[in-house]
Design a protein around this ligand. Structure first.
Ligand code: XMP
Length: 228
């Protein structure tokens, strides 16, 4: 069973490496009403070492994703993931384009959730013409917990969602700084929207986090209503 529950929820991307900011945001989010998860990126890890994850978990009491965008050969990818799980990460993000054997090596650790990047949100990604359909069916056979799909393309989320197993969650970046609006990811069927700079730089992180979370609730209600 996955450690991170199905949404709706907000994943707060902590990428600013200033230690005061890391703990300010973690504390503020821990007081917000809703379903929140924290995501720790490489910029933070490079500044403070991987052990920062334990500190963030201790201060916030929230699930933490290690977003190392793991993309190496299977044994090295597994070792990186193992390190993150050992210091308390509930989930790790792995790149899918490197191959299913890499994803499988991380899943086989059985130490926490495995979230796979299927589609990126940056415009250059779409120059590559990637075969996401083939990748998704392989990922479902391996048994992963979540996928990353871009909030900048709600149409894509909607199309690919039908290929995912029921219990696989979708996390979706691109809100704010990358051009998507609050709720765009949820409108396509994402379980979580990932929000970084727009939220962490705000004056009142807690209030703004609750605003973003409300969009998730809105779309979850809308979906329940349409299912009736
Ligand atoms: P901002 O500040 O743009 O931060 O709200 C977004 C966060 O999400 C990550 N990100 C991505 N992660 N696939 C991913 O797996 C993507 O397409 C993608 N786009 C953004 C980014 O690292 C940051 O933490």
């Amino acid at each position: 069973m996955s450690k991170i529950k199905k949404g709706p929820g907000i994943i707060v991307a902590i990428d600013d490496p200033h230690i005061d900011e890391i703990y300010r945001v973690s504390r503020e989010i821990s007081h917000a009403k809703g379903n929140f998860v924290l995501k720790v990126g490489r910029t933070v890890e490079m500044e403070h070492q991987i052990g920062i994850i334990s500190g963030i978990k201790f201060v916030s009491g929230l699930p933490v994703i290690y977003d190392g965008k793991i993309a190496d050969i299977p044994p090295i990818s597994a070792r990186i993931a193992e390190k993150a799980y050992t210091v308390g990460a509930d989930a790790v993000i792995v790149h899918g384009f490197v191959g299913l054997d890499v994803v499988e090596a991380v899943v086989n650790l059985d130490m926490g959730d495995v979230i796979v990047v299927v589609e990126m949100s940056n415009p250059g990604w779409y120059d590559l013409h990637f075969h996401h359909g083939e990748m998704i069916s392989g990922l479902m056979d391996i048994g992963i917990d979540g996928v990353v799909l871009p909030a900048t393309r709600p149409d894509l989320i909607q199309n690919l969602k039908s290929m995912l197993d029921e219990d696989v969650y979708i996390i979706s970046p691109g809100i704010g700084a990358q051009g998507a609006s609050a709720g765009d990811g949820f409108s396509g069927g994402a379980d979580y929207e990932i929000i970084g700079r727009t939220l962490c730089g705000s004056y009142d992180v807690r209030i703004d986090a609750e605003y973003y979370y409300d969009w998730g609730e809105y779309w979850a209600r809308d979906r329940r209503h349409n299912d009736l």
